[in-house]
Design a protein around this ligand. Structure first.
Ligand code: SF4
Ligand code: MSK
Length: 621
């Protein structure tokens, strides 16, 4: 069994949990051992009621399901369903932001306003919407309606695909995998994986890629761009991170999940004079809103709100005994939180009609009364402050500053308005390439170790690292998101970072903000007149766990970027499928997956890939 974590705050809370006899995700992971081998290999199927069926990986038992499905068919169908679920999650998040923009434009969304008019104008132009002489609300309403069309199938192909290099667009067309509508591809994925429909694993994977592209270049991109319009495009901001951001003498509210629509209002409500007075009347020194997982990334990027931790720290935050309320919306929220919260005074408050939790209090959130709802939630937290059991409070003395907010616009600004300085550094070999490290934590692997080891190894070898999600939080905790971390970088990268006063690892936002990375990759490819697959770039998800990460991996590879996974995906039972994804896809998509749990070896794979791409571009390896 791997060590649980390299994070000192988490270790301290795990000891407290053990003393107080509270089980956490790591204990439940141990109690699941050994995990089902058929499930791990991806060769169990319960897609119809002639099953469940399983294929014997050793060849001693059945080689096909009751219907005749082979290991490759079953593993591919399971994989495509994971992609569809992940794409659906990101895209439904995107849809919620689109509807909030529409309601804001119509004046029916309480508390919201259009913050980035320049981005609104730019998007309107991209979508062919007239702006001359029109109010920002009129333009935003038209833009939101156009975006809604993209979720269906009425337009033929997604607008944002046009942001990709021409060669990549042509490849998607040729392969028949240019997504037509976001929802359409998800629905078709569920249809194809139904019993007796698509049984050809190659054909299944192609549609899986199309579905994932509808996330990366569709749902996620809408979530990012429209959040920027509503809440502001992130610019460099200093944040603080880890459980030490919780305050012993304040009302601590943790917002956890993904969508910025609610959490933005919580931040606003926490600044309300009346509520601040109520907090003081309750004996607290103030109201301290902190984030967890991707909600924290959204709030950090735009407001510098402190980050309490990444995925595996959600229970540990409650175990500090100092959290009055943990407010959740959707995605990556462990149902176990309700049980842990019961051991303290913490109120678990669910807010989305899509995500209810037995044992939680439900305060329904809707954009039309957003600020009132947020104030109600803050009031609930304040009321709870006097119930805090001081004898159970232990906040780890661990917090660290870091720089976040590196949107594409912020990067361009740091570079003086054009990508040229970055391109010149890449051409000169000061920066050998760019690697995106993204994704979750997973108790299968030591928390944060994969992210930190891989990032350190890459920057040491002059690879600029860009990050989102829980990977970015891991590296923030590890001190890699500070300009001073350039001291750990190779000579070339270090010189560039020192010149621009930026860290060697860029925090680019939440999981949906991987779309920002696609935009940067496209801009670089366009500037060089090549496809994304020709660039010295790579992706990695060292500790991934979510189906969303499967969708991300598929659209990153589908966009032409070699990607290394650190935890093993449940596909190994389908030998043809594995060969397709790790080998055959190169000739089709110009990129493949690799699976490498050891982050040192993963770094070696990425460095080898970057060197090969540099050589092919005529650059010195
Ligand atoms: Fe078994 Fe085929 Fe039904 Fe799957 S679809 S459960 S393999 S009979
Ligand atoms: S929150 S998807 S655990 S990165 Fe986006 Fe973290 Fe993974 Fe959730």
């Amino acid at each position: 069994m791997a060590e649980r974590t390299v994070d000192r705050a988490s270790l301290e809370m795990l000891k407290k949990a053990a003393r107080e006899n509270i089980g956490t995700v790591w204990d439940r992971f141990e109690s699941q051992q050994p995990q089902c081998g058929f499930g791990q290999l991806g060769v169990c199927c319960r897609n119809c009621n002639m099953g469940p069926c399983r294929i014997d990986p050793f060849g001693d038992g059945p080689e096909e399901g009751v219907c005749g499905a082979t290991a490759d068919t079953i593993a591919a169908r399971n994989l495509v369903r994971m992609i569809a679920a992940g794409a659906a999650a990101h895209s439904d998040h995107g849809r919620d932001v689109v509807t909030t923009l529409l309601a804001t434009a119509r004046g029916t969304a309480q508390g919201y306003q259009i913050k980035d008019e320049a981005k609104l104008q730019a998007l309107a132009e991209e979508f062919g919407i007239a702006t001359e002489g029109r109010s920002k609300e009129e333009v935003a309403a038209d833009l939101a309606r156009e975006a809604m069309e993209e979720f269906g199938m009425s337009k033929g192909a997604l607008q944002f695909l046009k942001r990709a290099p021409a060669k990549r667009q042509a490849l998607w067309e040729r392969l028949g995998i240019a997504p037509r509508g976001i929802d359409r591809e998800v629905v078709e994925a569920m249809h194809r994986t139904n019993m007796g429909v698509d049984n050809d694993y190659v054909n299944l994977v192609l549609h899986g890629v199309r579905t994932s592209l509808s996330d990366g270049w569709g749902g996620s991109m809408f979530a990012t761009e429209f959040s920027d319009v509503l809440f502001g495009t992130p610019m460099p901001v200093q944040g603080t991170c880890n459980l030490g951001v919780l305050k012993p003498d304040q009302v601590n509210v943790i917002v956890h999940g993904h969508e910025p629509t609610l959490s933005e209002m919580i931040v606003l409500a926490a600044r309300d004079e009346e509520l601040l007075k109520a907090a003081r009347d309750a004996g607290a020194g103030g109201i301290n809103v902190c984030g967890m997982c991707c909600t924290s990334n959204e709030l950090l990027m735009r407001h510098g709100v402190p980050i309490a931790g990444n995925f595996l720290q959600q229970e540990l935050a409650v175990i500090t005994g100092a959290v009055e309320a943990i407010v959740v919306d959707v995605q990556c929220i462990m149902p176990a939180l309700a049980n842990v919260a019961r051991c303290y005074h913490t109120r678990l408050i669910s807010t989305s009609p899509k995500a209810k939790f037995p044992g939680a209090e439900h305060v329904p959130f809707d954009e039309h009364a957003a600020l009132d709802t947020a104030k109600q939630i803050i009031r609930m937290a304040i009321e709870n402050y006097p119930r805090r059991k001081q004898e159970l409070v232990q906040i780890p003395d661990q917090q660290i500053s870091f720089i976040g907010g590196l949107s594409v616009e912020a990067i361009l600004q740091a570079l003086g308005g054009s990508l040229n300085p970055l391109l010149d550094a890449v051409k000169a070999g000061q920066i050998k390439g760019i690697a995106a490290i993204v994704g979750c934590n997973n108790p299968k692997t030591t928390q944060d170790q994969g992210h930190l080891t891989l990032a350190r190894e890459l920057i040491r070898n002059d690879v600029l690292v860009v990050e989102t999600g829980c990977a970015a939080i891991a590296c923030a905790k590890g001190g890699l998101l500070l300009p001073e971390a350039a001291a750990e970088a190779g000579q070339g990268l270090r010189a560039v970072c020192e010149l621009l006063k930026v860290p060697p690892v860029f925090h680019m936002g939440s999981c949906v903000d991987i779309s920002r990375i696609l935009v940067v990759a496209s801009a670089i490819a366009n500037a060089l007149g090549v496809d994304i697959s020709d660039l010295p770039v790579a992706g990695a998800a060292p500790e991934w766990m979510s189906e969303k990460a499967v969708a991300i991996g598929a659209y990153v590879v589908g966009s032409g970027i070699f990607t290394v996974l650190g935890t093993v995906p449940p596909i190994l039972g389908g030998k043809g499928l594995v060969d397709l994804l790790t080998n055959g896809a190169e000739g089709v998509l110009g990129a493949v997956f690799a699976v490498e749990p050891d982050p040192q070896k993963a770094a070696a794979l990425i460095l080898r890939h970057i060197a090969a791409k540099r050589l092919a571009l005529g650059l010195e390896a």
